[in-house]
Ligand binder design. Structure first.
Ligand SMILES: Cc1cc2nc3c(=O)[nH]c(=O)nc-3n(C[C@H](O)[C@H](O)[C@H](O)COP(=O)(O)OP(=O)(O)OC[C@H]3O[C@@H](n4cnc5c(N)ncnc54)[C@H](O)[C@@H]3O)c2cc1C
Length: 385
């Protein structure tokens, strides 16, 4: 247990940062909290970015509470539009675009960057990715007058955008080097069903290839694929993964791996500096989803309020937002031994990953079989007990 901080500084204003604020204020009304963020700090639900188009939502309509209202409600000093450029763990200060800020405890809720593919061509810089509200606003602007959209990547975010775009009336092509949608999350039987549902909705898949170059031509763009195919399109959206923003921590000498390495009190290798959300890695796990960051925020708030706290992850299935075919996945831990047991029907796939002793270790449910989620979730072991 620790004594409450005199001056807590939180960097970031995504779901991780604001959830820590909210949870901490339930336990501690007095600690001074400064929140430093390079965006405007408004609270929004990031998962809505990939299903907001078809319901016609603008970026402004996705804001649930403005940063000013959040700051007032929770007694937070807000430094919006302020970039943190360095951390000095010895002096306990951060350097920002608005000057130096001292902390007694620092929380890094920096999120992750969209991975950019090294593309050739004179229009490579016109490839978009949507990872925050500003990106979403820019994406909507680019869609004005557009008819065809190409999505690079058929993972979770790529499939969600493809479904949303096609539902919003666009012609959608998806290019992916793999052989099925959600290749890392679904066994082939469930992948096939999702592909059929999205294809029936109008999505055209291009498997076994990747985009190599983007060329401007009068009126639209031309994509050059590695297999020699050419695709005309108006807008290109890249959804090929996220990379935790570890650079600041690395430069400050904090331990990083895939993310910023933290213990189960969310402490980095510098005990007064904490990390959570998409930027953090706990016992080898980077889980870039909402449920894990909520668990982490509650644990961190309790720890910062001086309570004994230890992060636990229950099983946390992820609902894929593809209305063309509902999908829920709870992937087995990587490298764990076992096999898929799969039941298929015309309207669903129930795939269970079981260990050699018959224990349920994960599942992938599609279509009608998603109704089994609650029952199966109860049988899954905790991710972090
Ligand atoms: C399109 C999309 C759909 C998704 N759908 C789902 C879903 O259905 N279910 C689910 O569980 N998860 C989903 N996710 C993932 C989920 O949204 C994220 O795990 C979560 O929002 C991450 O929150 P965060 O606070 O860690 O990071 P972010 O929201 O990225 O916040 C990072 C913050 O740090 C600030 N920042 C970064 N660097 C600096 C700096 N140097 N100085 C100052 N400020 C800085 C940024 O401005 C930002 O405010 C989705 C993600 C995306 C992109």
């Amino acid at each position: 247990m620790i004594a409450p901080a005199q001056n807590l500084v939180i960097v970031g204003s995504g779901l991780a940062a604001w959830t820590v604020v909210r949870e901490l204020r339930k336990l501690d009304a007095h600690t001074s909290i400064t929140l430093v963020t390079r965006d405007n700090g408004d609270l929004y639900s990031k998962p809505m970015l990939s299903n907001a188009l078809s319901s016609g939502k603008t970026a402004a309509q996705l804001v649930s509470t403005t940063s000013a209202a959040m700051a007032e409600q929770h007694g937070v000093k807000l430094m919006a539009h302020t970039e943190v450029t360095a951390i000095d763990p010895v002096a306990c200060t951060i350097s920002t675009s608005q000057g130096t800020v001292a902390y007694s405890r620092l929380v890094l809720a920096l999120g992750a960057d969209a991975v950019r593919l090294p593309l050739q061509g004179d229009a490579a810089d016109r490839v978009l990715s949507v990872n925050d509200l500003q990106d979403y606003a820019a994406f909507r602007e680019r869609l004005q007058g557009a008819r065809r959209v190409t999505v690079i990547g058929a993972g979770l975010i790529g499939c969600e955008f493809a479904n949303d775009l096609v539902a919003a009336g666009y012609e959608v092509d998806v290019v992916d080097p793999g052989t099925q949608p959600l290749g890392r999350l679904l066994p082939p039987e469930a992948g096939d069903l999702l592909q059929r549902a999205l294809s029936d909705a109008g999505v055209r898949f291009h498997w076994g290839s990747s985009v190599q170059a983007v060329h401007a031509q009068p009126g639209d763009l031309q994509l050059e694929l590695a297999n020699g195919q050419r695709l005309g399109t108006d807008v290109v959206l890249s959804a090929v993964g996220l990379r935790p923003r570890t650079a600041l921590a690395q430069a400050a000498g904090l331990q990083t791996a895939q993310g910023i390495v933290v213990n189960r009190q969310l402490q980095t290798s510098q005990p007064d500096i904490y990390a959570l959300g998409d930027v953090a890695e706990v016992e080898g796990r980077s889980l870039p989803y909402v449920m894990p960051l909520m668990q982490a925020a509650r644990t961190l708030a309790a720890h910062l309020a001086g309570q004994a706290a230890c992060l636990r992850y229950p099983a946390m299935p992820v609902v894929v937002k593809t209305p063309a075919l509902p999908v829920v996945v709870s992937p087995p831990a990587s490298g764990v031994a076992g096999q898929w047991q799969i039941e298929t029907s015309t309207d669903g796939v129930d795939a269970r990953f079981v260990g050699h002793d018959g224990t349920l270790l994960g599942f992938a449910l599609a279509g009608q079989a998603t109704t089994n989620k609650t029952a199966l979730q109860k049988s899954l072991p905790a991710l972090l007990a």
